[in-house]
Write a protein that binds this ligand. Structure first.
Ligand code: FEO
Length: 165
């Protein structure tokens, strides 16, 4: 069974969302690095890679289904931030928007009875839950450590030691 045109359109849109998320995390990582936050930079570079893997996961699935993959033009990510807290607040907002988009694709697949794409979306839903929980935990810590100027550098050192998966 071929993918429906609408599913193809939604998956192509998701490829762009994941690719732009990757670019956004890269820009955030560069900002962190330029501001001597090595731990946060490492965390954000790692996340940029993860988003790229998500993009490939959809590309590979579409290619397996002989669908028409469109490699998108990307918008330029924001690269100036006022603080680590602002970076992670924006990262949290971005993850929530990604989750909404994944849930929309999942609902569409359920309605259509497209079990294959729905199964792919199940993987993404689990992944998004993990990412939102991780981001929420980071945000809580950053909010607490941002109360003193030195605190955020102490947290940065801890983040540098974090095992990233
Ligand atoms: Fe691929 Fe963090 O969403």
């Amino acid at each position: 069974m071929d993918l429906s045109k609408k599913t193809e359109e939604l998956l192509n849109k998701q490829i762009k969302i994941e690719a732009e998320a990757s670019q956004t995390y890269l820009a955030m990582a560069c900002w962190a690095s330029n501001n001597s936050f090595e731990g946060f930079a490492k965390f954000l570079y790692h996340h940029a890679e993860e988003e790229r893997e998500h993009m490939f996961k959809i590309i590979n699935y579409m290619n397996d289904r002989y669908a028409d993959v469109i490699i998108p033009e990307l918008s330029k990510p924001e690269r100036k931030f006022g603080s680590v807290l602002e970076v992670f607040q924006k990262a949290m907002d971005s993850e929530r928007a990604v989750t909404k988009s994944i849930l929309d694709i999942n609902s569409h697949c359920q309605e259509l009875g497209d079990e294959f794409t729905a199964t792919l979306m199940d993987w993404f839903i689990e992944e998004q839950l993990e990412e939102e929980v991780l981001m929420q935990k980071m945000l809580k810590k950053i909010e607490a450590y941002s109360k003193s100027e030195l605190g955020i550098y102490i947290l940065d050192k801890q983040v540098k030691k974090m095992e990233l998966k």
